[in-house]
Design a protein around this ligand. Structure first.
Ligand code: ATP
Length: 245
């Protein structure tokens, strides 16, 4: 049974259909990457899974429960964490306070400090800067903070929205290895990316969206057959301009 099963999800904003009849699944151990141009509906898809974008149809089952109509905080408690596009850290707050926000659902102080120390072990750079204002971190460090904040909710699934966006190549490499280590620690990953090369490197399977619909997908067996298969995606003609309806 998949950890996350999305069936026929539709997202509409008034007359705009952002996601049309999307179906896909994520199993334990997966890194599923969703590729596509600006405006393809990738962000809307992730947000709809956690109840932040309105679903006009379809069903979402997570860890055996039908969460289609659950509120966001309940979905988060069930084990899905979203690392949003643009990181959305709280710039005036310290690194530590940003991390603690991710553990808002925990009541015990002991739980929180244990989680915090786990994050600091995982990201030593955050430990060094724990009292620094988050807005003063570099882009790469802010992305680590966004990952750390999501990990504070002890998720089973992490959804990441373009974690490499706007980062220098060296920071992109760090993000990639962080995603790999998160997956290796037993957390399934559903990641939106525009960087097809990064997706090719990481993905156990990939889905390409355009104008709200799936236009291509490949499973892990295919991808692992070598340079050839997923690079088909790299060759896809992904337009730069948003496709609007
Ligand atoms: P990007 O890479 O630019 O984030 P995306 O693939 O994530 O693009 P979405 O942001 O999901 O795509 O947008 C899909 C479509 O839905 C676009 O046409 C966009 O303009 C529209 N859209 C997204 N959010 C809203 C909103 N809150 N209200 C109205 N339309 C929206």
């Amino acid at each position: 049974m998949p950890l996350l099963e999305i069936s026929n999800v539709v997202v509409r904003y008034g007359a705009v259909t952002a996601v049309q009849d999307f179906s896909g699944s994520v199993h334990d151990g997966d890194i599923v990457v969703v590729l596509g141009p600006n405006g393809a509906g990738k962000t809307s898809l992730l947000r709809s899974v956690v109840g932040l974008a309105p679903k006009a149809g379809g069903r979402v089952v997570f860890d055996g429960a039908d969460v289609t109509n659950w509120r966001t905080h309940r979905i988060s408690r069930a084990g899905i964490a979203l690392v949003p596009e643009g990181r959305r850290i709280f710039s005036p707050l310290s690194v530590e306070d940003n991390l603690l926000i991710g553990a808002y659902a925990r009541t015990s102080k002991r739980d929180k400090s244990q989680l915090l120390s786990d994050i600091f072990d995982r990201f030593p750079v955050l430990a060094e800067r724990r009292h620094r204002q988050a807005g003063l971190l570099s882009g790469g460090e802010q992305q680590m903070l966004a990952f750390g904040r999501a990990l504070m909710s002890s998720p089973k699934l992490m959804m990441m929205d373009e974690p490499s966006m706007g980062l220098a190549p060296v920071a992109v490499d760090i993000v990639m290895s962080t995603v790999q280590s998160i997956a290796a620690s037993g957390i399934a990953v559903l990641m939106v990316e525009q960087n097809a090369a990064m997706a090719q490197e990481l993905a156990t399977s990939a889905i390409v969206m355009e104008r709200g619909e799936i236009i291509e997908s490949a499973a892990s067996g295919k991808i692992s057959t070598g340079v050839g298969t997923l690079s088909g995606f790299v060759d896809l003609d992904i337009p730069d301009e948003p496709a609007r309806r």
